[in-house]
Design a protein around this ligand. Structure first.
Ligand SMILES: [Zn+2]
Length: 634
């Protein structure tokens, strides 16, 4: 679908979150990264009543509180302390994190506040043990400039990262507590971005500025982008958790398609003359008896477990629930997302997609008959415990009414394919209140002056330095920087004697080509590359083995390169073994070595390559052989 983004009035604001690579967490001295874990700790909490100190119940908090879930935390005593468990008050703000955030603020022409005040933001999905997330404004206003356009910055905040979800099942959720408290910088732009591509460029540019501080974490899970997307006549939709930069344009494109689709449905419902009262007055009907002998596995299973099949008629909605604007973008999917999020039900069906799921056309006619409806209407069925099924249908009724008005404003979560799913209502304004356990942190003018005078080089300056130092093209260096492998590149050059062009091409070209083949290259860590190049440098493995080894490690991210070499059956050659072999070949070709060293080298190389091709680097071998041959002649 071709969309003219100017015409639809697309407006996007970005919120870039990035973990800081400080030594300690934001409010305690636990490490921000643990290499070895201590004694395992597991404990359980229940969601508590959620009311802000202003006495108003926040809609987003209410949503979570309704679920009454058991929350299980997993951690260890080296990565977390009593602060993360909410058994001890937070310590003072980490000055190292503040310095990184202030540096970023200066780089974005933002105005640091005089005094940093920590606030509590209600978050009661269990991702924070306290029931709120601590956050503070570091700087206000500012701008960045990319592609010739000034993008205003609204705020720069510092907050604590939340615990990470490990597992979610009905009535229970498991979190890894280790990430809680890791400092997170949050940059919010004004909603002035006008195309999916521009959003990508702005996010990339902010990423480069943040990385210039030299104190941000890299790799999987260290960056999360939230997008505020709206179009003319649509609504402001907050999309959470886009991890990959490349996914940003896709998420926005699909969100525009979704909003346009909902507007189209609204027009159609108007045309059909559907009214809010008509939807409100529909009873919820128990249709379990129709399915007494059903062939539908899911329906049967739920009924055996004691569930009921409840149904709601949506008058004159026939055909609109199944209408698809793009894969997964249907009104039916909107209803299901809402029902699943609020009532945690599994079996949801509507007549636009029936017969199907083992439900027969005979059963469908029964449904229509019982509901006193025809195919001009839609009937939604939920099979689950009666309370849950009823709750799910009430949520669907509410969502159906919203369809009469177009696009409901809500918070959605991004999925890896770029589509989104309903997450929760948008939080209200009553969500923040002051944290009284932490004293304000003054930002002194002379401190700011010092930071301004000692700003880190920009990544453009870093690129220039690298081009000069390693004689590589600007394009290759920028690629290394954008793939966040420039620091690693320098480290490899320092610690091994592999040529810079070889290192650069494996870090960029090889990795990109593996990615195109669908290999999960995000799993490759610095240690993997460093170990590989050390082995190449020692002549123990050929650089040509890179694609096979990197592919294997991507698939087995907790193993190392030596294990990859063993698993792949790549024979490694020790330097001693090689030297022995070369000495023997020199002995065998003694005469040629004396008379014509050049010819001797090619004979010996020929012999060696027969045995070691692909196992050892040819250039490396050549240098060993020639130094030995010429050593004989002098
Ligand atoms: Zn701690």
């Amino acid at each position: 679908m071709m969309v003219d983004y100017k015409e639809v009035g697309l407006r996007v604001g970005l919120e870039v979150h990035r973990q800081l690579d400080t030594k300690c967490k934001l409010f305690c001295s636990c490490p921000t990264e643990s290499k070895d874990f201590g004694r395992e700790i597991v404990f359980t909490r229940w969601l508590r009543e959620a009311q802000s100190e202003l006495g108003e119940v926040d809609p987003a908090a209410l949503f979570e509180a309704k679920k009454r879930r058991k929350i299980v935390y997993h951690t260890d005593d080296k990565s977390t302390c009593l602060v993360e468990m909410d058994e001890e008050p937070p310590h003072d703000l980490n000055p190292e994190a503040i310095e990184v955030a202030l540096t970023a603020a200066i780089l974005m022409n933002s105005n640091p506040v005089d005094e940093i005040h920590v606030m509590r933001k209600i978050v009661i999905d269990g991702s924070n043990t306290t029931g709120f997330q601590r956050t503070c404004i570091i700087a206000i206003g500012g701008w960045i400039e990319t592609l010739g356009k000034k993008i205003p910055i609204q705020t720069i905040c510092l907050e604590e990262d939340a615990a990470r979800i490990i597992e979610q099942k009905k009535g229970e959720i498991h979190y890894d507590l280790r990430r809680l408290g890791v400092p997170l910088i949050e940059i919010s732009t004004a909603p002035v971005i006008e195309s999916p591509r521009e959003a990508y460029e702005v996010a990339k540019y902010i990423g480069r500025l943040l990385r210039a501080t030299g104190k941000v974490k890299r790799g999987l899970g260290t960056v999360r982008q939230d997008l505020n997307v709206s179009i003319k006549d649509g609504a402001l939709i907050e999309i959470k958790g886009v991890q990959e930069l490349d996914l940003i344009p896709r998420v926005i494109e699909l969100e525009v398609v979704r909003q346009l689709h909902l507007l189209k449905i609204k027009d159609e419902l108007m045309k059909r003359g559907v009214s809010e009262e008509e939807i409100r007055s529909q009873p919820i009907v128990d249709l379990t008896e129709i399915f007494a002998d059903t062939n539908s596995k899911i329906v049967k299973k739920k009924i055996v477990e004691g569930g009921r099949v409840l149904a709601l008629k949506l008058p004159k909605f026939g055909g609109l629930l199944g209408l698809e604007a793009a894969p997964k973008i249907r009104l039916g999917a909107e209803f299901a997302g809402r029902a699943r999020a609020w009532a945690e039900v599994e079996g949801i069906f509507h007549t636009d997609e029936l017969p199907g799921y083992g439900i027969t056309s005979q059963e469908v006619s029964e449904i229509f008959k019982k509901m006193n409806s025809s195919s001009i209407d839609a009937v939604v069925l939920v099979v689950d415990e009666e309370d849950r099924a009823r709750e799910a249908l009430e949520r669907i009724r509410e969502r159906a009414i919203e369809a009469l008005y177009g696009v409901p404003s809500e918070t959605r979560a991004a999925r890896p394919d770029g589509t989104t799913i309903y997450m929760r209502p948008r939080p209200g304004a009553a969500r923040m209140y002051p944290e009284t356990d932490i004293p304000p942190y003054p930002v002194k003018p002379d401190y700011l002056e010092r930071l301004k005078k000692n700003l880190p080089p920009t990544l453009d300056e870093v690129a220039e330095r690298l081009v000069e130092k390693y004689g590589l093209s600007k394009q290759v260096i920028n690629e290394l920087i954008d793939m966040e492998r420039a620091e690693l590149f320098e480290k490899i050059i320092q610690e091994t004697n592999v040529q810079s062009t070889v290192v650069a091409s494996i870090l960029t070209e090889h990795v990109k080509s593996l990615k195109r083949d669908g290999v999960r290259v995000e799993e490759l860590r610095d240690e993997h590359f460093l170990e590989f190049f050390k082995l190449v440098s020692e002549g123990r493995v050929a650089k040509e083995a890179a694609p096979d080894i990197l592919r294997w490690v991507s698939e087995n991210p907790n193993r190392n390169v030596s294990e990859a070499i063993e698993a792949l059956g790549i024979r490694t050659v020790s330097l001693d073994e090689l030297e022995d072999k070369v000495n023997r070949l020199i002995e065998l070709n003694k005469e040629v070595v004396q008379k014509n060293p050049g010819k001797a080298i090619s004979i010996i190389m020929g012999e060696l390559m027969k045995e070691y091709r692909g196992k050892i680097d040819g250039a490396k071998l050549h240098s060993i052989v020639s130094s030995k041959v010429y050593g004989q002649t002098n």
